[in-house]
Write a protein that binds this ligand. Structure first.
Ligand code: ADP
Ligand code: MG
Length: 301
């Protein structure tokens, strides 16, 4: 196969591993920096150019689009889809997963367990909003945040009120969420490929921190997940329309609750913790599924 890897840096662990795994299986990988591509969209034959040449004859495309380039990255991926190239994850599913509010609405519609969450653009009554999530302590999140940045724990009613007012004052889009204290600063990353959880790890926040993100000093270890956690992760990925996803769960008193569903989950932590060849599994998934034109969002979205 000839595979396009949409990545801005081929030296990142995940990119390197995917290139390696494809190479081992005799495939060719072309790494493409989406910001340097240009596309002919007003044409009966959609095309993408890169460094003066047309990109063609691809069998599959692996999007690893960073949060900062979601908009243009999704457009380039959509163009590949219009050309009939099989996407590991579809553009529509990626843009869905990048918006925390939209994701939670889709998941809640299908009955997935979630922390009690409230959204408001300009509430007239912040106190009532706080009451809706059960009062302080509570968590406040910027909708477009990643890597734990923009996630705040307000421990008291007063703190909650002033943080919410502060964020709203700078016109940030925020969610207010029930704090799952019993998770004890841990979350579970379930790595889903093609409707199966192929690996899982527990991430534990460093002491004095409630965010388990590795970028915030969290540490990762192997964990065995329950059948309920497994089925929640599989269903969440399916609802988002993602073939490959990192589904993050918290263990709450009322069962597993989904934190978020990541459409470009990193490979480094999960491969190191579990010793599994996740990159190889991703390439095998593509080998089995990469039919030409097999994208539900072809020409749409
Ligand atoms: P990001 O996209 O920045 O990773 P998350 O919503 O995943 O934002 O939150 C980051 C981390 O903060 C989570 O992995 C979890 O450890 C912690 N956290 C977030 N929301 C809650 C919550 N409602 N209750 C308990 N911990 C939370
Ligand atoms: Mg997260």
């Amino acid at each position: 196969m000839k595979i396009a890897l949409l990545s801005r840096n081929k030296n990142l662990y995940s990119s390197r591993r995917l290139i390696e795994a494809a190479d081992e299986r005799g495939h060719e990988v072309v790494v493409i920096d989406v910001l340097r591509t240009y596309m002919n969209i007003a044409s009966h034959k959609p095309s993408i150019h890169y460094k003066g040449k047309e990109l063609d004859d691809f069998d599959a495309v692996i999007p690893r689009i960073g949060a900062s380039v979601t908009f243009y990255g999704a457009a380039v991926l959509r163009q590949f889809e219009m050309m009939g190239v099989f996407p590991l994850n579809e553009s529509v599913a990626i843009t869905r997963s990048r918006d925390k509010l939209r994701s939670l609405q889709l998941l809640s519609r299908k009955g997935i367990g979630l922390p009690v969450t409230v959204y408001a653009s300009k509430p007239d009554d912040i106190k009532d909003m706080i009451k809706m999530v059960g009062g302080a302590p509570l968590v406040i999140k910027i909708l477009e945040g990643t890597q734990g940045i923009g996630v705040v724990l307000a421990e008291t009613q007063k703190a909650a009120e002033s943080v919410i007012e502060g964020f709203m004052g700078v016109k940030a889009n925020i969610l207010v969420q029930e704090y799952i204290k019993e998770a004890n600063g841990a979350d579970i990353r379930c790595f889903v490929i093609g409707g199966k959880v192929v690996a899982a790890m527990k991430r534990q926040a460093s002491s004095g921190e409630f965010r388990s993100n590795i970028h915030r000093g969290g540490s990762a270890e192997f964990i065995r997940i329950t059948p309920e956690e497994r089925s929640t992760a599989v269903r969440a990925a399916k609802i988002m329309g993602l073939n490959v996803a990192g589904v993050d769960l918290l263990r709450s008193n009322h069962g597993p609750v989904v934190m978020e569903v990541n459409s470009s989950p990193g490979l480094e932590g999960i491969e190191k913790v579990t010793g599994k060849d996740i990159a190889g599994m991703i390439i095998e998934y593509i080998e089995k599924n990469n039919k030409f034109g097999k994208t539900r969002t072809r020409g749409k979205g």
